[in-house]
Design a protein around this ligand. Structure first.
Ligand SMILES: Nc1ncnc2c1ncn2[C@@H]1O[C@H](COP(=O)(O)OP(=O)(O)OP(=O)(O)O)[C@@H](O)[C@H]1O
Length: 363
C-alpha cells in the first residue's frame, strides 16, 4: 500500500489546464479514469479531438502534476478522444443530425488552393482517427472527385443519398451527379437549394467533422450559403500577395457578420523550396498571412509551400497527405488540420453564440 488515493490524484490534476481551452482538465471532464498500482498511477485522459495538437504537452503536464505527490514513482498517461459539438453559430440554423462540427473552407478569390486545402485537411483529420465527411459545395468548379480520385456514383438507400468514400473520408460532390460544365450556368437560388439538399438528404452518418468546400468569393451565393449551412467554424485560404489578402479579409468579415467563428487563416503557396539548392523563395511576398491574422485577431493555422507534388497529387487523385505523408508539405497540412480541430474544441466549450444581426435569406 502506498497510501495514495484517487482523490489526491484528482486534486493534483485540478490545476492542470487544457493549454488550448485554458480550463482545468478535471473541470472539463477530460480525466476519465485514475488507477493506482503501488507507486504507479495510471491516468486516462479523454482529448477533445483525436487530432489534438497539444497531446505531448498535456502528457507532460499531467505527469509532472501527479509525480509531485509523495509516494508516486511512475505516471502512465493513456489517451482516448471524443469530439464535442461546437454548435452552429446562428441559433436559427438547424444542426445536422449526427454531425458534430461543420467547417467551411472559403477563399476570397479563386485559384488560391481552397479545394486542395479542404481535401488535405479532411484526409489529415481522418488519418488522425476522426470520422470525417467532405462536401464539395463549389458547384461552379467541383474538383473534389478528381482530387480524391473518386469517379463513383452515389446511390439511394432508404430515400437518402449515400456518400462515396475515399481515404477514410465520406464525400459528396455535384461532380458525382452532373456534368460539371452545366453547373457553370447555375444561379444563386439553385445553388443554395442544391447544397441544402446535400446537407439534409445525404446520409452522412455520425461525423466528428464535415468539411465544406465553398465556392470561391464573397458574393450573394456565398453569403446565402453561410447563412443557411449550420456552420461551426470557417477556415480562410489565401495566398500571401496583397490582392488575395484583401479578398481574404472580405471573407473574414462575411463570416463575422453571420456569427460564424473564423478558426483561422491558411496561407497557401507561402514559399518555394528550390529542389536543387534547398534555398527558400517567397514568390508572392512574405508575412502577409501572418500580418492579416494578427490584424484581424485570428490564428494563422498554417503556411503551405508551393510544392509540385501538391498539384501532381491533386491531379492524380491522391492528396499529398496520402501520396507523400512524410514530406514537410504534408506535415504543414497536418499541423493546420490539428490547429483547426483545436480551435473547434475551444468553440465547443464556449457558450452558444447569438447573432447580432440577422440577414434575410435569399440569393
Ligand atoms: N501548395 C501548392 N503547391 C502547388 N500547387 C498547388 C498548391 N495548392 C494548390 N495547388 C494547385 O493549384 C491549382 C488550384 O488549386 P485549387 O483547385 O485547390 O484552388 P481553388 O482555390 O479551390 O480553386 P477554385 O477557385 O477554382 O475552386 C490546382 O492545380 C492545385 O493542384
Amino acid at each position: 500500500m502506498t497510501g495514495i488515493h484517487r482523490e489526491q490524484v484528482i486534486d493534483a490534476l485540478r490545476p492542470v489546464k487544457d493549454p488550448e481551452i485554458g480550463r482545468s482538465l478535471v473541470d472539463l471532464g477530460m480525466i476519465k479514469d485514475v488507477q493506482i498500482e503501488d507507486g504507479t498511477v495510471h491516468v486516462q485522459v479523454e482529448l477533445t479531438t483525436p487530432a489534438c495538437p497539444l497531446r505531448a504537452r498535456i502528457q507532460t503536464d499531467v505527469e509532472q502534476a501527479v509525480k509531485a505527490l509523495p509516494g508516486v514513482h511512475q505516471v502512465k498517461v493513456a489517451f482516448s478522444s471524443r469530439v464535442r459539438a461546437a454548435g452552429t453559430g446562428m441559433t436559427s440554423r438547424t444542426p445536422l443530425p449526427g454531425v458534430k462540427n461543420t467547417i467551411a473552407v472559403a477563399s476570397g478569390k479563386g485559384g488560391v488552393g481552397k479545394s486542395t486545402v479542404a481535401v488535405n485537411l479532411a484526409v489529415a483529420l481522418a488519418q488522425d482517427g476522426a470520422a470525417v465527411g467532405l462536401l464539395d459545395a463549389d458547384v461552379y468548379g467541383p474538383s473534389i472527385p478528381t482530387m480524391m480520385g473518386n469517379r463513383g456514383r452515389p446511390y439511394l438507400q432508404n430515400d437518402k443519398i449515400m456518400p462515396l468514400e475515399s481515404y477514410g473520408v465520406r464525400i459528396m460532390s455535384v461532380g458525382f451527379i452532373l456534368d460539371p460544365e452545366r453547373a457553370l450556368i447555375w444561379r444563386g437560388p439553385l445553388v443554395s437549394q442544391l447544397i441544402t439538399q446535400f446537407l439534409n438528404d445525404v446520409d452522412w452518418g455520425e461525423l466528428d467533422y464535415l468539411v465544406i468546400d465553398l465556392p470561391p468569393g464573397t458574393g450573394d451565393v456565398q453569403l446565402t450559403l453561410v447563412q443557411r449551412i449550420p456552420l461551426s467554424g470557417a477556415i480562410i485560404v489565401t495566398t500571401p500577395q496583397d490582392v488575395a489578402l484583401a479578398d481574404a479579409v472580405k471573407g473574414l468579415q462575411m463570416f463575422r457578420e453571420v456569427k460564424t467563428p473564423v478558426l483561422g487563416i491558411v496561407e497557401n503557396m507561402s514559399y518555394f523550396i528550390c529542389p536543387h539548392c534547398g534555398g527558400r523563395s517567397e514568390i508572392f511576398g512574405f508575412g502577409g498571412g501572418q500580418r492579416t491574422a494578427e490584424r484581424y485577431d485570428v490564428p494563422l493555422l498554417g503556411q503551405i509551400p508551393i510544392d509540385p507534388a501538391v498539384r501532381e497529387g491533386g491531379d492524380a487523385g491522391a492528396p499529398i497527405v496520402v501520396s507523400a505523408p512524410e514530406s514537410p508539405t504534408a506535415e504543414a497540412f497536418r499541423e493546420a488540420a490539428r490547429r483547426a480541430a483545436g480551435r473547434l474544441s475551444v468553440e465547443a466549450v464556449r457558450k452558444p453564440r447569438k447573432p447580432t444581426i440577422m440577414l434575410k435569406p435569399g440569393a
